[in-house]
Design a protein around this ligand. Sequence first.
Ligand code: NAD
Ligand code: UDP
Length: 337
Amino acid sequence: MGIVFNSSNFHSDRASKGRVLVAGGAGFLGSHLCDILLREGRTVICVDNFFTGRLENIRHLLRYETFSYVRHDIIESIDLPVDEIYNLACPASPPHYQANPIHTMKTNVIGSLNLLQLAAHYQARIFQASTSEVYGDPNVHPQPEGYWGNVNSFGPRSCYDEGKRCAETLFYDFHKQHGVDIRIVRIFNTYGPRMRPDDGRVVSNFIMQALQGKDITVYGDGSQTRSFCYVDDLIEGFHRLMYSPRAIHTPVNIGNPGEFTVRELAEQIVAMTGSSSKIVYHPLPVDDPRQRRPDISLAERELGWKPTIALKEGLQATIAYFERQLVRPSGELAEVA
Ligand code: NAD
Ligand code: UDP
């Protein structure tokens, strides 16, 4: 069984060879990343404050001797000899990152700073999970990495968008000033198994609502677009970037260029679940981006990466996951808010 650190015994002087720290490893994406690192024989330390992460996402990993986790908030400094760091720690869903916006900003800025200092100290390679939100409500479509974005610094999404932008700047500066070996992925909306049923993002909301026969809550008129990437494709992109033979120290978009309106997504999920739910319209949240689609030519050219899983296929696997979450051992349906 993997080791469980706590904050008091967390400092460790064990040999660092091949040790990978995954901050946010108990979350949706982080747990899938831990899976593949462990399968490859790496030693993985998951660092998570369990704000949106869940033990059930990593419980199956405790059988690995090479896996351990610690409950720790990255806004507090950390000292652990490691060779690689993945920073995925940050709530990704708007309702969750807006619940405590100051903490979200601290996670992105102070948390990234702490991990960059750790990387500089141990000469570890460090990966940052950045976001398409750095493009804000984009005026350029699709979005290439060279687009500087259209971001509001003074609104409900700013703690996340500006926090992630600031984190990218810190990565740039640690690379320039201290020679830290950085990798930055700009992730476009990604979905799949292990999202929380109460995550609040659109794919999990619509599937949960459809499976429970509740109204499907489309915000605005549903004409805004997103490009949805299945989690397995994304993690493959992470891996290719982190271990690319040619080091790429600039941000790289990873996402699926297939672009859908939110209304199309709702209709697709209702059809695939055979649900009796009806689509209802709620006000559009402040600063909700009108459109989003990655230009992935850099990833295609430099990493030979492109997504392989179509929306319908990815939704099938995700719907099956949420069905399993809802059905208790007795076979009855569990109610999830
Ligand atoms: P998630 O909310 O499931 O996972 C985030 C994890 O980070 C959780 O386990 C949470 O408990 C942990 N965490 C949050 N704040 C922390 C802190 N201060 N200290 C330690 N742990 C902390 O979200 P996700 O979808 O898995 O996203 C992972 C990363 O990828 C995030 O950084 C997010 O911004 C980025 N991202 C995700 C998407 C997406 O579509 N999934 C898109 C763009 C960017
Ligand atoms: N959305 C929606 N209904 C929901 C949740 C989200 O219509 O129940 C919309 C939201 O307004 C946005 C899109 O779906 O236009 C994607 O939202 P999400 O929170 O998943 O991600 P983000 O806005 O960060 O891309």
